[in-house]
Design a protein around this ligand. Structure first.
Ligand code: DLL
Length: 443
């Protein structure tokens, strides 16, 4: 089901719409947001210089630190009294980033997320179990409004209280489940603990995102629940969930809602555009937002885009899965690796459960990486619970050599008994930085 004609329009029609909206946005921010006016003036560019879509490149970038520097309302293009909602994204340190919405922004966002549901296979009348957290995080309410806009029966479960999640899935018979992939996997685990089979629920589709996940994690979730799982991407600064959504037909790249967001992919070091299909940092310019427009916002997320036609019939640009954030990239002796790449290989090892953490450590002055992974119940029982047994040590060596071959990194591997690593209720914490802990202990 395609909810809006623009998703299948000729590129020329879409680009004409984008240009008009871009020009209007640039003019608005220049008039209304002193920060943007100063930035444009410094770059020597005026709103009327934006004559083609390529001219976007003349505009300055915006970063998370710009947002922080204007905390909480400094970048709003309307008076706060014209806003009907505020959200915030939790920063790793210090103050969060605040984002604001007018009534029209909320309305557009609901349309965008309703379209995302349809892209993932959703229809009016579906029953949606929404396990994204409700609150300042955009996941819960963003998905909620889109699901209602689609005409689906929306269950605002929020994250956590996993036993209640299991009960609701059994009793309310949802057809779609939304949540972070790591949390929904935990729901499956809990169902099994309670003697229930996740494959026998009413669920047909999963809409998973808000954290990086791999193709193998998709396979695991699809097999666990017997569903089709699609990737949803978004970030609060740009709007929240729905910026891009993977179609259930191809499951090969996420369609960007290009009538609302203009995408670029840049080399994060040179800030120059990369060639189509090449990986780089995603940069978005909002085209319709009133309260909190963003100009060339550097997301920090690494992905590529393609303009190739999709089998679903949509003509919108597709982005690849997000590999991770620029700041999540781990550099071990000159080799770069993202946690999601490690996950990709780990989940192929049948003796390991899909629960892991990566610890960054200092060995002397050199950085080292240690993988903490849980073994499956089956393997644990087979080795009689002895993680020092020959079979366990052989498994450690095999995982090390797999990661050495495919990710080119030498990594320590520690096996853990089943169900001993922490479980997430939202975004999973995959990387623990022991370097900072160690440094603190030294003081
Ligand atoms: O995570 C919005 C969202 C909610 C998206 C629900 C999808 C579903 P923030 O909390 O601002 O917003 O975090 C945004 O999360 O810059 C990415 O690094 C990461 N992220 C979001 N979706 C994906 C995804 C929401 N599908 C940050 N794959 C982004 C990988 C993702 N990373």
């Amino acid at each position: 089901m395609i909810l809006h004609d623009i998703e299948t329009a000729e590129r020329s029609e879409l680009e004409a719409l984008q240009l008009g909206r871009l020009q209007a946005t640039v003019e608005r921010v220049y008039k209304r947001v002193p920060f943007y006016r100063e930035q444009f003036d410094q770059a020597g560019v005026k709103p009327e210089d934006v004559r083609t879509l390529d001219d976007v490149r003349r505009l300055p970038f915006t970063t998370k630190s710009d947002l922080r520097a204007h905390y909480p309302f400094g970048l709003l293009a309307v008076d706060t009294t014209q806003c009907v909602r505020l959200h915030a994204s939790s920063g790793t340190s210090g103050k969060p980033t605040v984002v604001a919405y007018t009534r029209q922004d909320i309305d557009h966002w609901a349309d965008i997320v309703a379209r995302a549901f349809a892209i993932a296979g959703g229809k009016p009348g579906d029953i949606v179990h929404n396990a994204y957290g409700y609150g300042l995080f955009t996941g819960g309410l963003g998905i909620h409004y889109g699901s209602e806009r689609l005409g689906a029966v929306t269950i605002p479960v929020s994250g956590g209280n996993t036993d209640r999640q299991v009960m609701i899935i059994e009793d309310f018979q949802p057809t779609i489940i939304c949540g972070t992939p790591s949390y929904v996997l935990n729901i499956a685990e809990r169902m099994r603990e309670l003697g229930k089979d996740p494959r026998r629920t009413s669920l047909k589709y999963g809409i998973f995102g808000a954290e990086p996940w791999s193709e193998e994690m998709r396979r695991t979730l699809e097999e666990e629940f017997g569903i089709k799982a699609c990737d949803i991407y978004g970030l609060s600064e740009v709007i929240g969930p729905g910026v891009a959504m993977e179609c259930h037909e191809a499951q090969n790249g996420l369609h960007i809602a290009e009538d609302h967001f203009f995408v670029e992919v840049i080399n994060p070091k040179t800030l120059e555009p990369v060639a189509e299909g090449e990986e780089g940092e995603l940069v978005f310019t909002s085209l319709t937002k009133e309260a909190f427009p963003v100009i060339r916002y550097r997301t920090g997320d690494i992905a590529s885009v393609t303009r190739e036609r999709c089998v679903c019939g949509r003509t919108t640009v597709r982005m690849s899965r997000v590999k991770g954030r620029v700041d999540d990239m781990i550099i071990i002796r000159g080799v770069n690796v993202f946690p999601s790449e490690i996950e990709h290989h780990l989940l192929r090892v049948s003796e390991l459960a899909p629960h892991y953490q990566l610890h960054r450590l200092l060995k002397g002055h050199l950085e080292a990486l240690e993988l903490h992974a849980e073994v499956t119940e089956y393997f644990y029982n087979r080795i009689g619970g002895d993680l020092q047994s020959g079979a366990a040590l052989e498994l450690v060596r095999r995982v090390q050599s797999l990661l050495k071959t495919h990710c080119l990194i030498s990594i320590g591997v520690r096996l853990h008994p089943p169900k001993t690593l922490p479980r997430s209720e939202g975004k999973a914490v995959r990387v623990i930085d022991q370097r900072k802990l160690e440094a603190k202990q030294l003081i």
